[in-house]
Design a protein around this ligand. Structure first.
Ligand code: CTP
Length: 417
């Protein structure tokens, strides 16, 4: 690659345990032909040494604004950079960026930049969920700063949840894609964010908590028999996958299915409608969005037998009693999350779907013809909301899931995240 085409980034490392991943990130970026200038906060040097970073990048690490002769490292480095990438970005550093503070070399460099700023948060799940961090992250997004992650998973503190830094490979891919996306990278990051959006690579649901029910329920008749339905769970799992891709924190409450759980989702396995309701009740207070995709059995057996029922010549009558309506329960909470329902109809789609949306008191209902959907990998959805009807044309379920989430974001979340 000739000198003029070489892309240069400043890799800012702040003081968190995920700093060890920055070494691999630097290595991968250098391998892709990107020139990497590392700048570290003082706290970062407690987690990984400047010597390691210098060895990987071939450049002395910038550590403090007083180290160079004329104190102009911040201007010089940001002037030649095509992008600044902060990985890991601690809650403290995000707060600094959101307030425009410049009290060390790295924050000064960010404030003095004339290039896109990408931030890969890494912190404990409570710190990520804290309202101050949420406010700061929203501020960064409003300032055109690009957020890469975080992801959900096991954390250094032993807890599990949102806040884990993306893996080095993912970050390297994102950074390289961004650098390739524009010939002139010294434009503002909002423009670049828009071009990313056009490429469908945005993380529009960063920090949004999505609760999803999926799959069938199974209502026991006796020890070995039960009532269920033909839902495969594919649509609900596809929505969970799409929401994760968009940066959401996903809790997936699933009835029995043969599918493997999307990586990064918090999964709660249930069997019956009663168990599904209990799982939803436990998780709904945290949710910003509730998407009820499960095909919940409308009835259960009044008195299931603990033992296998023996056959006889006499006829057998099972008394069925109604199950609780989980979606209606959530939609009628005093402060409900944004509720989305699904309806599988076998005829008169528009009439049934419109009536169902009103009866359930929900802003959005996605309807399909059951015979087109069950078990299949693709489908066609019609969305019903206050504005009317919107067709999501036949596509695979993941594509439909992404389109559905984009519709929800347009309806509800544009102004709130
Ligand atoms: N739902 C629910 N709890 C139930 C029944 C349904 O949460 N006990 C949710 C489904 O997940 C779906 C929507 O409600 O989002 C479907 O509405 P519903 O009226 O129950 O649909 P059907 O069961 O198909 O209704 P009907 O049998 O009357 O057509």
């Amino acid at each position: 690659m000739d000198q003029a085409q070489t892309k240069r980034i400043v890799l800012g490392i702040t003081g968190g345990i995920a700093a060890y991943k920055a070494a691999e990130l630097a290595r991968l970026l250098v391998k892709r032909g990107i020139e990497v200038q590392v700048a570290m906060t003082e706290a970062a040097t407690h987690f990984i040494t400047p010597a390691t970073m210098q060895a990987l990048t071939g450049k002395p690490v910038l550590l403090d604004q007083w180290q160079d002769a004329n104190g102009m490292a911040h201007i010089q480095s940001s002037r030649v950079a095509d992008a600044i990438v902060i990985a890991p970005a601690t809650a403290d550093f995000i707060a600094k960026l959101a307030s425009g503070l410049a009290n060390d070399l790295l924050s000064t460099l960010c404030l003095a930049r004339d290039c896109p700023l990408l931030v890969a948060p890494a912190m404990n799940k409570q710190m990520w969920a804290n309202s101050a961090t949420r406010r700061n992250v929203r501020q960064l997004a409003a300032d055109g700063v690009m957020l890469l992650g975080p992801a959900s998973g096991v954390q250094a503190c032993g807890e599990e949840g949102m806040g884990r830094m993306l893996e080095a490979e993912e970050l390297a891919r994102e950074v390289a894609a961004l650098l390739q996306g524009s010939d002139s990278l010294n434009e503002n990051s909002l423009t670049l964010a828009l071009s990313r959006r056009e490429r469908g690579q945005e993380r529009e649901l960063a920090g949004v908590k999505v609760l999803i029910t999926a799959g069938p329920t199974y209502e026991a008749i006796d020890a070995v028999r039960g009532i269920t339905n033909r839902s495969s769970g594919k649509m609900g799992y596809a929505i969970a996958q799409a929401a994760l891709e968009m940066g959401a924190q996903v809790t997936l409450v699933s009835g029995p299915t043969a599918l493997s759980k999307p990586l990064g989702a918090r999964a709660v396995d249930v069997t019956s409608a009663a168990e599904m309701l209990a799982a939803v009740q436990q998780n709904v207070a945290q949710a910003d969005m509730f998407i009820a995709v499960a095909a919940v059995a409308d009835y259960r057996v009044a008195q299931p037998s603990a033992q296998k029922i023996k056959k006889s010549d006499a006829s057998l009558t099972l008394e069925l009693i109604p199950n609780p309506d989980i979606l209606a329960y959530v939609a009628n909470l005093p402060q409900p999350p944004f509720c989305v329902g699904f309806a599988a109809e076998s005829e008169m789609l528009r009439e049934h779907a419109t009536a169902k949306r009103i009866k359930k008191n929900i802003p959005l209902l996605a309807a399909n013809l059951a015979q087109n959907a069950i078990g299949s990998d693709d489908n066609e959805l019609v969305l019903f909301d206050d504005a009317g009807e919107h067709l999501l044309p036949r596509a695979d379920k993941l594509t439909l899931a992404r389109a559905l989430l984009h519709h929800i974001i347009k309806l509800k979340f544009n102004l709130q995240i």
